[in-house]
Design a binder for this molecule. Structure first.
Ligand code: HAM
Length: 413
């Protein structure tokens, strides 16, 4: 039997309702904050991600799906969307049209990771990118936006962890500090981390090997920032304080992608385990220039939708009835008349369905219940001879006779 690939999942109708709820809530919050949707392709040149996310990162080294297309071009399935949005921003001169550009996206991403709870190979992100300002208030705004979305989804037990990696120069100094601190333990690192030590020492923080984790846990990761970056971070914190948002400064938040500068943050949800962030992001003030655009500061974040679903599962989101009405046919030869009523109801915007399987009345009633129909219109029998149908209100468990001509008005009412 053919099966879905490991690390991928079908989202069946029952679960899809939850996805729609999350998407609708996020679209609502994003629009309130002035973000507009951008949709970029799922495939891009692999070099886009290698250059932006970084050659020494796990994503590029181990997780990216890369293939040669029929023209011999090296293509990647996008492992994240920030690089794609930046590519599009530069290619379409979006900044010259609208100054500060506030963009959001919702869609599938691909990383060949070991699947586990809340970690898939095809997963979905919803994220924002605010491109064109270095204002610390913008950093605070996107953190507020992320926590606002969580609250809208009725998720409350989360922690916001923030840090600043400083500017390019600060980052280099931080790397040097880390290199010095880790050097005495070089022999105890795993082979991969020995390589990471040479290429990008920050990536040792992402290593899942317990021995390497123990080494980084014991090094002092407190960063010394230049005056400008220190001041920027102070203003971010003071803005968050002003917004009464609770957060923790955690100098171990270094992020698994190379493009970050200054403020970075992660939101963890206790039930998912402290390791797995439900949302993550930060500033990437050099990326647009590094990718060939004009120097343009920017910041953003992405939520993992599968992790949001896990966080919501326990809190009861009622999916609500999906049908307004169901037409149950008693006399099969009256199907045509029932079918005409079905069209009239649908034309009025009433969601409605009918039995196409020749089921018994009892089975049709069960089906109506399973579909969450608010009303069942029982079509046939003596009532029909008098030009009437039985209208059953499934929520109130009441039934009354209604003239066929009045059904549309009655159900609409
Ligand atoms: P990231 O930390 O790689 O950042 O991913 C963001 C979020 O995507 C994670 O916190 C997690 O919730 C979810 N996620 C990542 N990998 C998986 C997976 N294999 N399965 C399920 N969920 C996953 C980024 O992608 C950046 N582009 C975020 C950003 C936007 N930074 C600035 N702007």
């Amino acid at each position: 039997m053919l099966k879905a690939l490991r690390g991928t999942k079908d989202i069946l109708p029952d679960e899809a309702r939850m996805w729609q709820h999350i998407e609708a809530s996020s679209r609502y919050i994003f629009s309130i904050y002035g973000y507009n949707e951008i949709r970029t392709p799922v495939i891009e040149e692999a070099s886009l991600f290698i250059r932006s996310i970084g050659d020494a990162t796990d994503i590029v080294q181990k997780e990216m799906y890369v293939f040669l297309d029929r023209g011999g071009r090296k293509i990647a399935l996008r492992p994240e969307a920030t690089a794609s949005v930046v590519r599009s921003y530069i290619e379409n001169s979006i900044g010259s049209k609208e100054g500060l550009s506030k963009l959001f996206y919702i869609g599938p991403m691909f990383r060949s990771e070991r699947p586990q709870k809340g970690r898939q190979r095809q997963f979905h992100q919803l994220g924002v990118e605010a491109i064109g300002s270095d204002d610390p208030l913008l950093d605070a705004e996107i953190i507020l936006l992320a926590s606002g979305l969580l609250k809208k989804l009725n998720i409350h037990n989360f922690k916001i962890k923030i840090n600043s990696l400083g500017c390019k120069k600060d980052k280099e100094a931080i790397l040097e500090d880390h290199r010095k601190a880790i050097k005495p333990h070089l022999k105890s690192l795993c082979d991969e981390c020995k390589e990471r030590y040479k290429k990008n020492v920050l990536r040792i923080f992402d290593c899942k090997n317990p021995e390497c984790q123990k080494i980084v846990a014991n090094i002092d990761a407190s960063n010394s920032l230049c005056k400008d970056c220190e001041d920027h971070f102070k203003r971010v914190k003071s803005a968050l304080d002003g917004l009464k948002l609770t957060y923790e400064v955690d100098s171990r938040i270094v992020r698994g992608l190379d493009y970050y500068t200054k403020t970075v943050f992660e939101i963890v949800q206790e039930d998912l385990g402290a390791k797995d962030a439900i949302c993550a992001g930060g500033r990437y003030n050099d990326l647009i220039q590094d990718m060939g655009g004009k120097p343009t500061p920017a910041t953003g974040f992405a939520f993992g939708m599968e992790r949001l679903i896990l966080a919501i599962k326990d809190s009861d989101i009622k999916s609500g009835p999906s049908l307004n009405a169901f037409i149950a046919i008693v006399d099969k030869d009256k199907f045509k008349q029932g079918f005409a009523l079905l069209s009239s109801l649908r034309n009025k915007g009433i969601s409605c369905d009918i039995d196409y399987e020749g089921k018994s009345l009892k089975a049709q009633m069960k089906k109506a219940e399973r579909l969450g129909a608010r009303f069942v219109i029982v079509f046939g029998g003596d009532e029909l001879k008098q030009g009437k149908v039985a209208l059953r209100d499934m929520a109130k468990r009441e039934q009354r006779e209604v003239g066929i001509g009045e059904v549309v008005t009655e159900v609409t009412r």
